[in-house]
Design a protein around this ligand. Structure first.
Ligand code: NAD
Length: 352
């Protein structure tokens, strides 16, 4: 069945993968994005002429604009990804995180609820709203254990606190208004079109430019990496088949210490793009991030058993694809990197 899917934040890293996936599967997509520093329409160049794809520039905090977009497009599903997503930026200044992640989620929930209530009953029953969230809402794990859907929320950063608040709003809208929403909480994503302020693209591009490869603390923080296209497929499954009011954890069972990730990238670059010395020489340890969570790891059993999802990419194949993509796609990252070095402070390191 061809679906009409409104995606917020579709010009971002994960949102653009979701739009590409939905269009490739024959659906109609309206991408609603404010185009902040993190939004990049170049990530959608493969689909921007596709007959089923449309783009509307709008701020999700502006409820009237969001309502207009929803009412004109008349979606079957809304996938809500628009957010401020960079932990380090949230530490420097949290205002935009509160506005977009909390107030913006409230605005889109209200716009979507009014639209849903006015739908004819058949379409009302089929309508779904997916709120895309993060495993960072659960806080930090010790050496053992995994985050399940029952893990208590315990966010550490302004970013994760703002996402946790948004998750609670969505749950309240389900319980109070019967609004048909589902929540997903995913681990760290990586892959093509990832903005070069985040750990993996930052390390690849700094290495290619002979710049230091900054690693927080001792580099022993652990993240559970998921290839972005596996996340996009999981989100499609959750919005289509997930049960209303449920949460689904999404993760690739690929736990790695940050320093392991950086060393793996150096090994790949030594092989794929040799330089005079080894790229490992560029690794530089820097002062740790305040409130830095030690370990995240996801138990995705519910998504795997209930909805039949499984990550297709393991970390070794996914990271090689990613390094090759950055080597081959300078057209995409060159303009962003030039902005970084022209003084827009985009080059902070994200390790979450
Ligand atoms: P991103 O920063 O790459 O993209 C965010 C997008 O949202 C951008 O296109 C930006 O222009 C848009 N946006 C920001 N504020 C907006 C506003 N007020 N109105 C409309 N659009 C706005 O983020 P991402 O990494 O693609 O993450 C997408 C979602 O997935 C976020 O909700 C994030 O919390 C969640 N998430 C991310 C990860 C990860 O590893 N990147 C993991 C789990 C969950």
């Amino acid at each position: 069945m061809v679906r009409r899917v409104l995606v917020t934040g579709g010009a971002g890293f994960i949102g653009s993968a979701v739009c590409r996936h939905l269009i490739a599967s024959g659906n109609h997509v309206l991408n609603v994005d404010k185009l902040t520093y993190a939004g990049n329409l170049a990530s959608l160049s493969a689909i921007d002429n596709a007959p089923g794809y449309q783009f509307a520039q709008a701020d999700i905090c502006d409820q009237a604009s969001v309502s207009e977009a929803i009412n004109q497009f008349r979606p079957d599903h809304i996938m809500h990804l628009a957010a401020e997503s960079h932990v380090d930026r949230s530490i420097v200044g949290a205002r935009e995180f509160i506005d977009t992640n909390i107030v913006g989620t409230f605005a889109i929930l209200e716009a979507a609820r009014a639209y849903w209530l006015a739908l004819p009953s058949e379409r009302r029953d089929a309508f779904r709203f997916l709120h895309v969230s993060t495993d960072e809402v659960y806080g930090s794990l010790g050496p053992d254990g995994l985050f399940t859907e029952e893990t208590r929320y315990d966010p550490s950063s302004p970013y994760s606190a703002s996402k946790a608040a948004a998750d609670h709003l969505v749950t309240a809208w389900v319980r109070t208004y019967g609004f048909p929403a589902v929540i997903s909480n995913c681990s760290n994503n990586y892959g093509p079109f990832h903005f070069p302020e985040k750990l993996i693209p930052l390390v690849i591009l700094n290495a290619m430019h002979e710049k230091p490869l900054p690693v927080y603390g001792k580099g022993d923080n652990i993240r559970d990496w998921l290839y972005v296209e596996d996340h996009a497929k999981a989100l499609d499954l959750i919005v289509s088949k997930g049960r209303i009011g449920e949460k689904y954890n999404v993760g690739g069972r690929n736990e790695r210490q940050n320093i392991e990730v950086v060393r793996r990238i150096c090994d790949l670059l030594d092989r794929l793009r040799p330089r005079a010395g080894s790229y490992h020489e560029l690794i530089t340890f820097v002062t740790d991030r305040p409130g830095h969570d030690h370990r995240y790891a996801i138990d995705a059993t519910k998504l795997e058993t209930e909805l039949g999802w499984k990550a297709e990419e393991n970390f070794d194949t996914g990271i090689e694809k990613t390094v090759r993509w950055y080597i081959e796609n300078e057209w995409w990252w060159r303009p962003l990197r030039e902005r970084v070095y022209k003084g827009e402070r985009l080059g902070l390191l994200k390790t979450t």
